[in-house]
Ligand binder design. Structure first.
Ligand SMILES: *[C@@H]1O[C@H](CO)[C@@H](O)[C@H](O)[C@H]1NC(C)=O
Ligand SMILES: *[C@@H]1O[C@H](CO)[C@@H](O)[C@H](O)[C@H]1NC(C)=O
Ligand SMILES: *[C@@H]1O[C@H](CO)[C@@H](O)[C@H](O)[C@H]1NC(C)=O
Length: 343
């Protein structure tokens, strides 16, 4: 049997949380034509199998043959292949409602009779949903203030689909927050007294439905991938006030990171066990490597509140570290610097 002969080799796909993506798998018709003659209209014998390759083992995503499609439980209602893949030479998988946990390595196998070809595709999923509370108090923002708060935090107000995807990835937050469609909801993966909402003891996203825009809640924000770098300045010895933190970032040709920057950096793997100032005057740190002495062994971005009831930001005179953000140089500025050099 000739070696696997797929058109695209080790491809890469990137999708955004709650969005859709195509995992490419194009097989060459020639691959099957040499040893065994086939009629190309005959999709019946063609078998397509998509598998997710995980450290714990392989997980079947989808198997399709002769119009019969079987889908793995984690992917129900979220994956589809073409009805007539053979005529197009296309066994690509379309995946909807992306979750962060969908990221990883996938294998596409195409089988026709005794012949078999396979390829792998790596999928990345960008974007993160985070709960945002104003510096004033819990439940202090009407809808327009909530929209503005997410923008000030370097993000956008989240959609219900994004919150649902975040819930599927394990987000648990017992605080009602505005969403883009003017509903108020919160995600609970570990049901407990006080967080029952309309789902009682079942896990799920609780909803208050559409609310009058003047009612006040927290908000859920969404930030996609980071266009730059977040860092904790290595030179910080003594801790800094908010103003000093701003100046420290300027020394590094950067600015204080927004909460959106920090959450996006956390999602991309930033791990730092030191509280640092952010541009909105909040103080937080990102944990991606669980350690008992760091955030109690939990993963996520920790926020330092002023009061025990988890409200209020620290006083600007308090001393902490800093998270700085340096934007990626755009093409335009590269062109500009070329121009300078030529002169
Ligand atoms: C995908 O994620 C991996 C691991 O997080 C990273 O190294 C790689 O650069 C990412 N690729 C793309 C195209 O975003
Ligand atoms: C909250 O932040 C706003 C603007 O960012 C500021 O004007 C206001 O004084 C802050 N309120 C408190 C209680 O810190
Ligand atoms: C939280 O605690 C502070 C200080 O004790 C108090 O002023 C504030 O009203 C409390 N907020 C809520 C929402 O309970």
């Amino acid at each position: 049997i000739s070696p696997p002969n797929l058109v695209e080799k080790s491809s890469h796909a990137v999708g955004s949380l709650a969005g859709s993506v195509v995992l490419p798998c194009h097989f060459s018709k020639l691959m099957f034509s040499t040893s065994t003659p086939h009629t190309w209209t005959d999709d019946e014998q063609l078998r397509i199998k998509w598998t997710k390759l995980e450290a714990e083992g392989e997980k079947v995503v989808l198997v399709s043959q002769a119009g019969v499609v079987k889908i793995g439980s984690a992917f129900l209602n979220r994956v589809v292949v073409k009805k007539r893949p053979l005529s197009d030479g296309d066994a690509s998988l379309t995946m909807l409602g992306l979750r962060a946990s969908d990221a990883g390595l996938y294998r596409c196998e195409v089988m026709l009779g005794m012949e078999d070809a396979q390829d792998t595709v790596r999928l990345n999923v960008t974007g993160v949903v985070f709960h945002y509370r104003s510096n004033v108090s819990r439940y202090s923002m009407d809808f327009l203030e909530a929209v503005a708060a997410c923008q000030q935090a370097g993000a956008n107000i989240a959609t219900p689909e994004q919150l649902t995807a975040a819930f599927e990835d394990g987000l648990d937050q017992c605080d009602a927050g505005w969403l883009l469609d003017q509903t108020v909801r919160y995600p609970i993966t570990r049901p407990r007294p006080g967080c029952a909402g309309d789902l009682l003891s079942r896990p799920g996203v609780r909803t208050y439905g559409t609310r009058p825009l003047t009612e006040k809640y927290d908000v859920y924000c969404f930030v996609d991938k980071l266009h730059g770098e977040v860092f904790y300045p290595p030179s910080i010895g003594e801790k800094l006030t908010l103003q000093q933190a701003r100046e420290e970032c300027e020394k590094h040709d950067s600015v204080l990171a927004s909460p959106g920057h920090l959450f996006a950096a956390w999602r991309a793997g930033l791990n730092r066990c030191d509280y640092g100032w952010l541009s909105d005057g909040s103080v937080r740190y990102p944990i991606t490597v669980p350690k008992p002495q760091c955030g109690g062994g939990l993963l996520g971005v920790r926020t330092l509140y002023k009061y025990e009831n988890l409200t209020g930001f620290p006083e600007p005179s308090e001393r902490h570290g800093a998270f700085c953000f340096k934007a990626l140089k755009t093409c335009q500025s590269t062109a500009a610097s070329f121009h300078k050099i030529e002169m």
